[in-house]
Ligand binder design. Structure first.
Ligand SMILES: N[C@@H](CCC(=O)N[C@@H](CS)C(=O)NCC(=O)O)C(=O)O
Length: 212
């Protein structure tokens, strides 16, 4: 059985929702930020990052995009991604990494602005840049949804939609502020929130409603 190292509203949300949608056996290891920061957790996740996913053989996966790719290929019958090895699967991977390597990072820079900045002015500047960058990335995703939608992989709901939803929950200054700017993403978020299998997990992370 999988073990999901999970923190409320952190990057484990996406994997949590995916496991629920796939209906595969797993256990949540709910952690506090202090437990995440403890040296022992770095033995599982080298940078001490959430999410991490424990496997049956005692090994642990880290990096959200790697975990998502692993789960959708380990359970291809669950239909959360195109057929592994197909051109569509390549497209799926491109957009997954587009989000993890760019949007997630843009949010990380805003969240850790006090680490990167030397003073309050620089810190505010980094937060501003994080918002500017994430909005630029959302506009690219919104365009894809408008032209290819309703889901990021067209007619088929996939792990990409869950991953995008997780990131959208972290929108700055607040998710609700982005709804008017990116109606296609807001619609996607609403559709993910309406998925019956996700109700309990959405409530556990406190993201049933957009932050306003
Ligand atoms: N590239 C990593 C980023 C993961 C990440 O930034 N996780 C945050 C929570 S959303 C974290 O664990 N932060 C703990 C820390 O910064 O010490 C991934 O995609 O999994």
């Amino acid at each position: 059985m999988y073990k999901l190292y999970n923190v409320k509203a952190w990057g484990s949300m996406g994997v949590h929702f995916l496991l629920e949608e796939m209906n595969v056996p797993y256990t949540n290891i709910w952690m506090t930020p202090e437990q995440v920061a403890a040296p022992e957790f770095r033995e599982l996740s080298p940078l001490g990052y959430i999410p991490a996913l424990g496997l049956d053989d005692g090994s642990t996966l880290f990096e959200s995009a790697a975990i998502v790719s692993f789960l959708v290929t380990a359970h291809p019958d669950k239909g959360m991604a195109p057929q592994p090895g197909s051109n569509e699967y390549g497209e799926f991977l491109s957009w997954l990494h587009f989000m993890s390597a760019n949007l997630y990072v843009a949010y990380n820079i805003g969240d850790a602005a006090n680490f990167y900045a030397r003073n309050a002015v620089e810190e505010a500047f980094l937060v501003e840049k994080s918002i500017e960058k994430s909005n630029q990335l959302w506009s690219i995703l919104a365009k894809r949804l408008e032209t290819e939608g309703p889901w990021l992989m067209g007619e088929n709901f996939s792990a990409l939609d869950i991953y995008a939803f997780m990131l959208f929950c972290w929108s700055r200054p607040k998710e609700i502020a982005l709804h008017a700017e990116f109606p296609a993403i807001a619609k996607l978020a609403q559709a993910v929130r309406a998925r019956p299998k996700l109700k309990a997990a959405l409530e556990a992370h406190g993201v049933m409603e957009p932050r306003s």
